[in-house]
Design a protein around this ligand. Structure first.
Ligand SMILES: [Zn+2]
Length: 318
């Protein structure tokens, strides 16, 4: 056999073994997870609108960018099994190695799949605030809970993977001639958020700054920074925005309004409550939730969201 042919056969063989071992390593998950081509290099998978334990944990979005020197993934989904399924989708499109995972932020529903890509040799890039999350008890406690709620897909082998590089100022890199721009936003939706622009395609991954089709998750958000980041996004001229939850859109303005209006309502009502020393329960009961109460995740998230904003504003008030 010619040495070249031999090398190629070995490569194909090792690639086949790797692809097989990834899907065999994690419990199978029966959800529809299909990559949709968005632009020349960008693909998108969309989770179902719901709370963290719905749809086997497939409730957040992810995407990937194919270059001729490797693949850049954006967000890692909510279980290793889902990430393995995402990897399968990538392998339908390209044999290029997984080179980077850019994390929008460290929240469980985007994070628990990360070990799959780390084990494949990817370099993990995350916003600086991800460190705060990893060092807090919240991340360990939530993992313990999710091992029960999302069994068997989140289990004893599921682990929190730290990033290889943390970003706190604008950061550009390129791979296979494709330019990427990462914009960190500090503490906005979470302790640390970032967006990723795929420059030649003019496609923006917004992460959880934008929720569509469900009530946003507020948690440890800084509501002022979050609203400000959304305002800035209104003016960006992109060919598509891929949100952290819900369908993609061509025009960011078409996507921003639900999150923006909802957060504004929380901010305004809770600000008034804090200012007037109104107890939370009393203030909450008076709010008209009419535009939101029939959206997915309302019952599970709304009161908690309002309370988190109330506590945040209380801690900020002089
Ligand atoms: Zn989130």
């Amino acid at each position: 056999m010619h040495i070249h042919t031999l090398l190629i056969s070995l490569l194909i063989l090792s690639f086949g073994v790797q692809a097989k071992s990834v899907s065999e390593k994690y419990p199978a998950v029966n959800v529809d997870l299909n990559a949709v081509k968005v632009s020349k290099h960008v693909y998108f998978v969309q989770g179902k609108a719901g709370i963290a334990t719905d749809n086997a944990g497939f409730i957040s979005n992810a995407g990937f960018v194919v270059t001729n020197e490797g693949v850049v993934i954006f967000d890692a989904l909510g279980t290793p099994s889902l990430a393995a399924k995402l990897y399968k989708e990538i392998r339908k499109v390209t044999k290029q190695p997984i080179r980077y995972v850019v994390m929008s932020h460290y929240h469980a529903d985007h994070l628990y799949g990360l070990q799959v890509f780390k084990e494949l040799g990817a370099k993990i890039i995350a916003p600086q605030g991800a460190r705060v999350y990893l060092e807090s008890n919240v991340s360990d406690n939530l993992l313990a809970t999710r091992r029960i709620e999302l069994a068997p897909w989140v289990n004893e082998s599921t682990r929190l993977v730290p990033a290889d590089q943390y970003i706190d100022t604008e950061y550009k890199f390129s791979l296979g001639g494709i330019h990427f721009k990462i914009t960190p936003l500090g503490n906005a939706h979470s302790e640390g958020d970032l967006t990723l622009l795929v420059e030649p395609d003019n496609v923006l991954f917004s992460g959880d700054l934008i929720f569509e089709g469900r009530i946003p998750f507020v948690g440890q958000a800084n509501i002022f920074n979050w609203l400000q980041a959304l305002e800035a996004m209104r003016n960006v001229n992109v060919s598509a925005v891929l949100p952290g939850h819900g369908p993609l859109a061509k025009d960011p303005n078409a996507l921003i309004n639900l999150t923006y209006n909802y957060l504004s309502l929380l901010k305004n009502t809770m600000q008034a409550a804090v200012k007037n020393w109104t107890p939370f329960a009393e203030a909450y009961a008076k709010i008209d939730w009419g535009d939101y109460m029939f959206l997915p995740a309302f019952d599970a998230a709304n009161r908690k969201n309002a309370y988190n904003v109330f506590l945040f504003l209380e801690s900020e008030s002089p």
